[in-house]
Design a protein around this ligand. Structure first.
Ligand SMILES: Nc1nc2c(c(=O)[nH]1)N[C@H]1C(S)=C(S)[C@@H](COP(=O)(O)OP(=O)(O)OC[C@H]3O[C@@H](n4cnc5c(=O)[nH]c(N)nc54)[C@H](O)[C@@H]3O)O[C@H]1N2
Ligand SMILES: Nc1nc2c(c(=O)[nH]1)N[C@H]1C(S)=C(S)[C@@H](COP(=O)(O)OP(=O)(O)OC[C@H]3O[C@@H](n4cnc5c(=O)[nH]c(N)nc54)[C@H](O)[C@@H]3O)O[C@H]1N2
Ligand SMILES: [Mo]
Length: 764
């Protein structure tokens, strides 16, 4: 059924640009949200779904991982972009066998991701066998048999790769990693490898746990909140309500970003009547930093703090915290005191007044929270940058007390939970030992492939089966040409998906699409309604219950798919009770309680009104489970991202009308870009210096040490208030420019926010 699925693809010549918006959210946001929802799923489904988002007995919004407030929940605890995420999933448009009979793979491969995704929900398992030009239907049992045969035919379990995207619920994630480890590999790359891996690496080294230390209530108690490398107005809109509340109770907010992102500059809270008409400027201060300059910024600020301490000893550095709870302070102090403020000025592009003003705020505030997202993690020195943030907070004693701490703001709604449940190519020994003891299996100990390593392995023929539990691997990963070739090199690619995407049309010799239930869908197993659970960005675990009638009887839950595949792969003698798990998700939660740290009594506690919070030793007790038993100061040599002559440094980011590789529409409303996506935002003075004009069509060519000129063609230049030497363009259209080997030190995260480019006049 196609109610409003587009037949035409994007026409980039229809693109038009207006000046960036001064205000975010408000009436327009509510209108856009409801309009999209009604168009995609009709009035009844809209009412039934949007009223249930993030409510105690409802479903967890499939949008972002921002937590729900613990006390009073507003009747509509969602945002414009959450509504779009729900509408995208709950759409009544469908893509079934007739669709695939009409559209060949070659035809579909010529479409944009926008067109593919907007066609609707997948309804039946489909197969593409060697030589086929079209997908055709396959039964679930034949599909499982095909996968099991191909897996058993491998020379080693390490020739298979099992990817996870962060929407997968805890129950699925736990069983999926159990299947993969029972099969005999740790090849469990996930979207987190491209996302907050740098945060996990830094925080684990510094404070002994890779998760944020604040809860939503801490926002109200903070008097200074730094938001660095994050665009919450688009990607975590409900965070703006928390920031507005914090501001109302006296907090000062500092935005650190190369772009003046509208949501941070002025926000109209659509959750309040007043906010529908009048806005508040969220950020008190805006530090318009150069791309990749944050490590310099935080080292420079630390130096200014030491100088303030010299002027008024005992007032800035929290000596008693430093002495009792931390290690490595004197080395850190020595290193920071030697930082050259001229380098800081050059790296950040910030004026010394701005630095001194911010340092004063940091010195004088009693409770400080620092939030960050992809602007910091997807940098070559992202891990070190986040360590510098932690250093600074440790020096001020700002961890493990109310109103203060580190706040990496996660992306996918359950990306943090998936990691807790064991989706990681390098889970610690204690977890594997507990898993083995519970199930009588022997998990492999050799670390598996992360995302970048998995691409290399497929490219080089070392991995031959790709299994995707959600996500859109081909479009989300870097170096599109290399990645597409890697996937095409596989014997089998399997995608468990809700919607059509490019990973279905760039495939291995044999390919399968397994259609699954989403967060909003009713899940009944064995005659009983099932619920799943998720963990938000602040370690709160709670239930999620879908209620909408699935668009097809053929859809299976992710849990069912994992269990049924495992039963086929391992046979009936396997020690894991796969059938029982499929029939009753409570049994999965009982197993989680026995294996996963902090999850004791999971079934009971997850049914509490707001769920339960997982332990976080630094937050709870100022305990630090690191090698030194203390919080560690890190010493990092200062690096930054200079712009080579005649070049620009490009960041790839999200528009207001997309969810990662899912493009909802073509309106990046706040930035004033509408009707198309092939734009590159460049400072007007750089455009002039390069001899171009605003609106010119250019090819963007990236430069990397391997000498390969990666190129995307026909992008429109848009004069935009980004710092000189910096540029911005949308992901995933510009992923072909990100070199596979350009990764962050220690997290192996692709550097999607600092690509050296040059512009060439387009021949198009
Ligand atoms: N509606 C919607 N919601 C989403 C998503 C979505 O696509 N759509 N994606 C989800 C996911 S998986 C994630 S990870 C999050 C992503 O949330 P964000 O991290 O907010 O996403 P990006 O669009 O990548 O924006 C990066 C921001 O960092 C800034 N930035 C870039 N480089 C630097 C730098 O060097 N220094 C500083 N200080 N700033 C920099 C950019 O200007 C931009 O404002 O959102 C989640 N929520
Ligand atoms: N250049 C560049 N690249 C980036 C980034 C960037 O900023 N710049 N950001 C990176 C980040 S932060 C992330 S998290 C990754 C995202 O990488 P992914 O998580 O792989 O990508 P998504 O676009 O979120 O995946 C969308 C697809 O997931 C499927 N899906 C949706 N809901 C469900 C569900 O409930 N179950 C199942 N099984 N499938 C579902 C749909 O078929 C949909 O097409 O991309 C990364 N790539
Ligand atoms: Mo992400």
């Amino acid at each position: 059924m196609h109610r409003n699925a587009p037949t035409e693809d994007i026409d980039e010549s229809a693109l038009h640009v207006t000046p960036p918006k001064q205000q975010a959210a408000g009436v327009t946001a509510v209108g856009v949200a409801l309009g999209r929802a009604v168009a995609d799923m009709g009035v009844v489904r809209t009412a039934r779904s949007l009223a249930r988002v993030n409510q105690v007995h409802g479903f967890d919004c499939p949008g972002c991982a921002w937590p729900e407030p613990s006390g009073h929940r507003r009747p509509a605890e969602f945002c414009e972009n959450g509504a779009k995420a729900v509408a995208e999933e709950a759409t009544l448009n469908t893509v079934g066998p007739e669709f695939f009979a009409t559209h060949s793979i070659a035809d579909l491969a010529g479409k944009t991701g926008y067109w593919l995704g907007r066609q609707g929900r997948l309804t039946e398992p489909m197969v593409l066998r060697p030589g086929d030009t079209h997908y055709s239907p396959i039964s679930w049992s034949d599909a499982y048999r095909l996968i099991a045969e191909q897996l058993r035919a491998l020379d080693s379990p390490d020739e298979a790769v099992f990817y996870t995207s962060g929407r997968t619920a805890n129950e699925t994630a736990f069983l999926y990693q159990l299947l993969v480890r029972s099969f005999g590999t740790n090849n469990l790359p996930d979207c987190s490898n491209m996302c907050h891996e740098s945060s996990g690496a830094a925080l684990t080294a510094s404070i002994g746990i890779g998760k944020g230390s604040v809860s939503i209530d801490d926002f109200a108690a903070a008097d200074l909140i730094l938001v660095a490398g994050q665009n919450p107005g688009t990607n975590h809109p409900r965070m703006l309500s928390a920031l507005a509340d914090a501001k109302a109770s006296g907090a000062r907010i500092v935005a650190i970003n190369p772009l003046p992102e509208t949501g941070l500059i002025n926000f109209r809270d659509p959750q309040t009547v007043k906010g529908l008409t009048s806005g508040v400027p969220i950020a008190d201060d805006f530090l318009q930093i150069r791309l990749g300059g944050d490590m310099a910024l935080f080292q420079g600020l630390a130096k200014l703090l030491f100088e303030a301490e010299d002027r008024a000893p005992g007032t800035v550095i929290d000596r008693s915290f430093v002495d009792t709870c931390t290690a490595g302070f004197s080395e850190y102090e020595q290193h920071i005191r030697a930082v050259d403020m001229n380098v800081v000025a050059e790296a950040t592009g910030l004026h010394s007044d701005q630095l001194e003003h911010t340092a004063r705020l940091l010195a004088e505030s009693k409770n400080i929270i620092v939030c960050w997202a992809m602007g910091l993690t997807q940098q070559a020195h992202g891990v070190a940058t986040i360590e510098e943030i932690t250093n600074l907070l440790l020096a001020r004693g700002m961890i493990g007390k109310p109103g203060a701490g580190v706040c990496p703001v996660r992306g996918h709604s359950n990306v943090q939970g998936d990691r807790t449940m064991g989706i990681w190519e390098q889970m610690p020994e204690a977890f594997l030992a507990a898993l083995d003891a519970e199930f009588g299996i022997t998990s492999p100990r050799k670390h598996g492939f992360d995302t970048v390593a998995a691409i290399r392995a497929m490219r080089d023929g070392h991995a031959k089966v790709f299994f995707g539990m959600g996500g859109n691997f081909v479009s989300a990963t870097p170096d599109t040409e290399v990645t597409e070739a890697a996937l095409r090199n596989c014997a089998l690619t399997v995608q468990v998906s809700t919607k059509l995407n490019r990973s279905h049309v760039v495939h291995g010799a044999t390919a399968l699409i397994l259609p699954t239930l989403g967060r909003t869908d009713l899940d009944v197993q064995n005659g009983v309604k099932q619920r799943v659970s998720v963990e938000d960005s602040m370690s709160m675990v709670h239930l999620s219950t879908g209620r909408l009638k699935p668009v097809s009887k053929q859809l299976r839950s992710e849990v069912a798919i994992v269990c049924e595949l495992a039963a086929e792969l391992f046979g009936s003698q396997h020690p894991v009770p796969w059938n029982d798990f499929r029939n009753d998700y409570d049994l999965i939660r009982d197993a989680i309680a026995k294996v996963v740290p902090g999850c004791a009594d999971y079934n009971t506690r997850v049914r509490h009104r707001n769920g339960f919070v997982l332990p976080h030793p630094p937050r709870d007790a100022r305990e630090f489970h690191t090698a030194t038993g203390k919080a560690n100061f890190a010493v990092n040599e200062l690096v930054w991202t200079p712009t080579p002559p005649g070049r620009l440094i490009l960041q790839t980011l999200r528009s207001h009308d997309q969810y990662n590789t899912t493009v909802y529409g073509l309106d990046d409303r706040y930035r004033g870009v509408r009707g198309g996506r092939k734009v590159v935002l460049v400072n007007a003075d750089d455009i002039a210096e390069f001899g171009f004009a605003d609106g010119d069509l250019v090819d963007v060519v990236s430069e990397w040490t391997d000498g390969v000129a990666r190129r995307v063609e026909g992008f429109r230049l848009v004069a935009y208030p980004t710092p000189r030497g910096n540029a911005a363009a949308y992901y995933p259209e510009t992923n072909p420019l990100v070199p596979l080997d350009h990764v962050a030190a220690r997290s192996n995260t692709p550097v999607s926010k600092a690509i050296t480019i040059r512009l060439e006049r387009s021949e198009l």
